[in-house]
Design a protein around this ligand. Structure first.
Ligand SMILES: *[C@@H]1O[C@H](CO)[C@@H](O)[C@H](O)[C@H]1NC(C)=O
Ligand SMILES: *[C@@H]1O[C@H](CO)[C@@H](O)[C@H](O)[C@H]1NC(C)=O
Ligand SMILES: *[C@@H]1O[C@H](CO)[C@@H](O)[C@H](O)[C@H]1NC(C)=O
Ligand SMILES: *[C@@H]1O[C@H](CO)[C@@H](O)[C@H](O)[C@H]1NC(C)=O
Ligand SMILES: *[C@@H]1O[C@H](CO)[C@@H](O)[C@H](O)[C@H]1NC(C)=O
Ligand SMILES: *[C@@H]1O[C@H](CO)[C@@H](O)[C@H](O)[C@H]1NC(C)=O
Ligand SMILES: *[C@@H]1O[C@H](CO)[C@@H](O)[C@H](O)[C@H]1NC(C)=O
Ligand SMILES: *[C@@H]1O[C@H](CO)[C@@H](O)[C@H](O)[C@H]1NC(C)=O
Ligand SMILES: *[C@@H]1O[C@H](CO)[C@@H](O)[C@H](O)[C@H]1NC(C)=O
Ligand SMILES: *[C@@H]1O[C@H](CO)[C@@H](O)[C@H](O)[C@H]1NC(C)=O
Ligand SMILES: *[C@@H]1O[C@H](CO)[C@@H](O)[C@H](O)[C@H]1NC(C)=O
Ligand SMILES: *[C@@H]1O[C@H](CO)[C@@H](O)[C@H](O)[C@H]1NC(C)=O
Length: 440
């Protein structure tokens, strides 16, 4: 009897939990359908920011042609505030850094045809110990969400430092980030202005890919990027297991592009993986000293086109790991063979990340990708050389892929494969004639 009572209690508890399922679809409040693109001040400037740096960067985004390619957000990171709120409890911008005020700055950014982003934190303080927004998120407390919107910002990056003690906060990660999500939604409902784009930055803690799409548009999946090959490989490896979480209105955020100490091939790998995995594309390098090579990488229109695909929101995913067995979690040797859908009909993409330390040929059978039809041939376009590379029948080999290099291809249905192509089945196992004979 005791046992039965206990299990009924467990069952009841389970039923009462499951009777209130949370919505599982992405929040569609009209913004952030595609991964956002822009600039973030942290990686190049850390705390050394002011209105001149931000305006100069925004103007360079425009004059270099980045803004017109879609890099529209000019996002201010940590250290913009005074250390104390005003006597009435409002956040105050550092008047030495921002003598013209934020409304002036966001007006000028908007005049360039761009959008402005601001930064805060879900705890008592930001990571550099400026005031956080905890207990100050909401309109009823006349504070931060409204302040950011009144200042003219379009986006809020929301960090995860200086978390209040457990008995104060009484919330998990989801609850802590829900406070600002509610404030943003309530503010938008009250003002009829578009909501702030909510960019959650909890460094991948508590599996945000499972819940953050209910609250905002992007969520960081990993720690701050250190853009050398070792860290890139590790970020790609981690994200290779959660590619399913990105789609319209909700995106895995892999952090900054266009920064770090990378070779040209590594920079192309970085940008290709981030773009095709539908991460936001936030530039983090000093644009006054940007190299032509970096710009060439960041401004590849065919790669950006995939990231900003208006019809297909999903990410590429691995179909074969390559050097390691499938599903191997390995920080130095992530999956090498990936594919995904894109806008242009029966198009297939493949980005082969060569994780070896010397150049190598990379071979795949077309039907290893779920998006390829058997019995068809495919035209091949190379998205880095911008060339049409003939027609692939059954398989394709990329020759001498450089160490840490990438190949990005667009495969497009080019009709039935030639009659009599052998063997009769692309996948020979269970290749059975109608009369029951196994054909080898
Ligand atoms: C405000 O900006 C000035 C100039 O950059 C800087 O010296 C000062 O430390 C900043 N104040 C705070 C509280 O960060
Ligand atoms: C700023 O706030 C801290 C507490 O967070 C307080 O100790 C300090 O006196 C305040 N400074 C000023 C100038 O109000
Ligand atoms: C912004 O401030 C600058 C310098 O104070 C001033 O010249 C300019 O007119 C202001 N612009 C706007 C849009 O308010
Ligand atoms: C947002 O609005 C809902 C419904 O009106 C309310 O229950 C909630 O407390 C509000 N949240 C905040 C943070 O203002
Ligand atoms: C960049 O990497 C190269 C090769 O690993 C190394 O020699 C160089 O010192 C690095 N430069 C910086 C600024 O880290
Ligand atoms: C970079 O490209 C610009 C425009 O194409 C050219 O004028 C400039 O000389 C190039 N700089 C270098 C260092 O190659
Ligand atoms: C599909 O092709 C068109 C025409 O070339 C191009 O404008 C568009 O960007 C492509 N879509 C994607 C997602 O690459
Ligand atoms: C990662 O994979 C490589 C290649 O198979 C292997 O040499 C290395 O030992 C693996 N690393 C770990 C930590 O298992
Ligand atoms: C490619 O297809 C051939 C012929 O069906 C098969 O023998 C081979 O194992 C396949 N290779 C891969 C990597 O799937
Ligand atoms: C690739 O496919 C062709 C058929 O088009 C076949 O002749 C060739 O053996 C295949 N290569 C491999 C390595 O499976
Ligand atoms: C596609 O063709 C171009 C031009 O010949 C060549 O440079 C490139 O390596 C080819 N791409 C692949 C993946 O073979
Ligand atoms: C059955 O199919 C196989 C393979 O297509 C063929 O070689 C064989 O002649 C067929 N047998 C009969 C009885 O039709």
């Amino acid at each position: 009897m005791v046992f039965l009572t206990l299990s009924s209690a467990v069952l009841l508890a389970y039923l009462s939990l499951s009777s209130k399922p949370l919505p599982t679809v992405a929040l569609d409040d009209g913004i952030g359908k595609l991964p956002f693109m822009g600039y973030n001040t942290w990686n190049a400037y850390h705390c050394d920011i002011d209105e001149d740096v931000i305006l100069q960067t925004a103007q360079l985004m425009k004059s270099l042609g980045l803004a017109d390619l879609g890099y529209q957000h000019m996002n201010i990171d940590d250290c913009w505030a005074e250390k104390n709120r005003s006597v009435s409890g409002d956040l105050v911008a550092n008047a030495t850094r921002f003598p013209s005020g934020f409304n002036n700055l966001t007006n000028q950014i908007h005049d360039l045809g761009m959008k402005a982003g601001i930064y805060s934190d879900s705890g008592w303080f930001t990571c550099q110990l400026y005031p956080g927004s905890y207990l100050n998120e909401a309109r009823q407390l006349f504070r931060d969400a409204e302040q950011f919107q009144t200042w003219g910002f379009d986006l809020l990056k929301y960090d995860n430092c200086a978390v209040p003690f457990d008995e104060i906060i009484d919330l998990g990660m989801v609850g802590k980030y829900t406070r600002m999500a509610d404030a943003i939604a309530n503010l938008s409902a009250t003002t009829s202005q578009p909501p702030l784009l909510y960019s959650l930055c909890q460094w991948g803690r508590e599996q945000p890919w499972l819940w953050a799409k209910r609250l905002g548009q992007t969520w960081r999946t990993t720690d701050d990027i250190d853009a050398d090959w070792e860290h890139l490989a590790s970020i790609i490896n981690q994200n290779s297991f959660i590619t399913w979480a990105s789609d319209f209105y909700g995106h895995n955020d892999m952090d900054i592009v266009g920064n770090g100490n990378l070779t040209f091939d590594e920079a192309k790998s970085h940008f290709t993986a981030w773009s095709l995995m539908k991460s936001p594309l936030l530039i983090g390098t000093d644009l006054t000293a940007v190299t032509n090579e970096t710009l060439e990488v960041l401004m590849n229109p065919e790669i950006i086109g995939i990231n900003q695909d208006p019809v297909v929101g999903t990410s590429v995913s691995p179909f074969r790991w390559g050097v390691n067995p499938d599903w191997t979690f390995n920080a130095t040797h992530p999956a090498q063979y990936w594919s995904g859908e894109s806008q242009n009909g029966t198009i297939v993409m493949l980005a082969s990340l060569n994780v070896l330390d010397e150049s190598a040929d990379m071979f795949f059978n077309l039907t290893e990708s779920p998006w390829i039809n058997a019995g068809r041939q495919y035209s091949v376009r190379d998205l880095w050389t911008h060339t049409d590379n003939g027609t692939a029948i059954r398989n394709f080999t990329a020759k001498a892929v450089p160490a840490h290099g990438v190949i990005a291809l667009l495969l497009q249905d080019a009709g039935p494969e030639p009659a009599g192509t052998q063997p009769p089945c692309a996948r020979p196992e269970w290749c059975i004639d109608q009369n029951g004979t196994l054909v080898q």
